[in-house]
Design a protein around this ligand. Structure first.
Ligand SMILES: *Cc1c(COP(=O)(O)O)cnc(C)c1O
Length: 449
């Protein structure tokens, strides 16, 4: 599915559009053919593996402090950097506004601030966190169509003017607290092919946009554009086609009513696996429907961070399950993290994290790869630490090794909608260490790592 990047030789130009950095190498988009002299994803794998190993080596469950064996993340900020370059290669017209809710990790936000992206915030705390990085308020869009009054006052006080709306009551609130807001009318889209549907909750249907635009005019409010979101984790490129042409129709309604329509916000929903084909369909639709003076922004969240975070968890308990009938043994493994913690993505984001062995006895991942046995595999189910039966990470997985208490598992692609929605249910912590590495010298330089 993933297509080779085109015009890759000009990647340094793209990288330099917003930032004063000069990556000496070319990049390789995930899954595409290798171009240039630096294999970022391979370097990433090695760096992350090394950090994981180092961190667990010193931990002895028999003697360590309580919590020393807690779950931890390794984040490769180079991955975020590569995703940014990849975005700029394939969606050059669209200025990304990172959706903070997806993972408000301070280093991720700092890197994106340095790279010159904008930010999609949905609450006072998110706006505050971004402003504290020194980001100009004009780079923020308050992309929540149903806002808290006191947060609108806060946005007004801080100079954050761009915001979305999708109903009449919101317009009266905005009129009261921020009459010079730059408003984006969020429209409804068909998000039936996405992982997380948002249109059940937000978006004006096309039979209401005319009256909303008219009301905004009567209230002397500035509608400056249209926004949509095809659903988080969208998998059908055609979702963008319908949304862009609907946005065009609403643009024309606004223009006819005298609004200065000059922005289109194409929302988020991008995933790494299908990014290039999605980008191609979207770019073409935009170019066909919106002349070059229209400013286009996007709100990618998971696209930037999903693959950048790996999590490691400790096996805290084990139960042997003897099946007398088949004379086989399987195990229930209990980890110190689960669906009430960083695996909240299983419940809220329909994810299926894949367990891999980090440490088994005194062997770590690399030794295990080279010693992969061809013998019969043992079956495991993997559970979280809380008292709730729903707290299951994997109902069934198989390893050739026999795992025991004190061993470690790791899971890749744990950057999106994971730690941000973790709870402290049952007294387990929601604050976990993040070890930062960078497989891209450019990201290192920007962060002073
Ligand atoms: C959640 C959200 C996003 C980000 O969605 P992703 O699927 O993570 O890209 C962008 N815009 C809005 C309004 C959202 O609610």
């Amino acid at each position: 599915m993933v297509m080779a990047p085109s015009a890759v030789s000009t990647i340094t130009d793209y990288a330099n559009t917003n930032v004063e950095t000069n990556p000496k190498h070319l990049i390789r988009a995930r899954g595409s053919s290798f171009v240039g002299g630096y294999d970022g994803p391979a370097v990433s794998k090695a760096l992350v593996a090394d950090a994981l190993k180092k961190r667990v080596q010193g931990v002895d469950g028999d003697t360590c402090e309580a919590g020393e064996e807690d779950t931890f993340f390794v984040a490769d900020l180079g991955e975020v950097y590569r995703q940014h370059l990849r975005w700029k290669m394939h969606l050059r017209r669209i200025k990304p506004h990172y959706a903070v809710k997806c993972n408000p990790d301070p280093q991720v936000l700092k890197l994106l601030a340095e790279l010159g992206t904008g930010f999609d915030c949905a609450s006072k705390a998110e706006i505050e966190q971004v402003l504290q990085l020194g980001v100009d308020p004009s780079r923020i869009i308050y992309a929540q169509p149903c806002k808290t009054k006191s947060y609108i006052r806060y946005a007004a006080q801080e100079g954050v003017k761009q915001m979305t709306f999708d109903n009449a009551d919101e317009l009266y609130k905005i009129k009261q607290f921020l009459p010079d807001a730059e408003l984006f009318l969020r429209i409804l889209t068909d998000d039936s092919a996405s992982l997380c549907r948002l249109s059940l909750k937000f978006g004006a249907s096309l039979d209401t946009t005319g009256s909303l635009l008219k009301l905004a005019k009567e209230l002397d409010l500035n509608v400056v554009g249209v926004a949509f979101h095809v659903g988080s984790g969208a998998s059908d490129p055609n979702a963008f086609l319908g949304a862009v042409s609907d946005a065009r129709a609403v643009f024309d309604q606004g223009i006819a009513l005298g609004h200065d329509m000059r922005n289109l916000d194409v929302g988020g929903g991008f995933i790494s696996e299908t990014f290039e084909p999605m980008a191609e369909v979207l770019s073409k639709a935009i170019d066909e429907n919106f002349p070059s003076h229209v400013r286009i922004i996007g709100e990618p969240g998971r696209y930037y961070v999903a693959d950048a975070f790996t999590i490691a968890c400790n096996v805290i308990a084990r139960r042997t399950v003897d099946d007398a009938a088949s004379a086989t043994k399987s195990y229930m493994l209990y980890l110190n993290d689960g669906v009430y913690g960083n695996f909240s993505s299983i419940m809220f984001d329909h994810q299926h994290p894949v367990p891999q062995i980090l440490k088994c006895g005194d062997k770590t991942a690399q030794d295990l790869v080279s010693q992969k046995t061809s013998g019969p595999a043992t079956e495991y189910s993997i559970w979280g630490p809380t008292c709730d039966g729903i707290d299951c990470i994997s109902e069934s997985c198989k390893f050739p090794q026999t795992l025991d208490v004190g061993d470690w598992l790791f899971f890749e692609e744990m950057g999106a909608y994971t730690k941000c929605s973790a709870t402290r249910f049952n007294g387990f912590t929601d604050k976990h260490e993040v070890i930062y590495v960078s497989s891209e010298p450019g990201a290192k330089a920007l962060l002073g790592m």
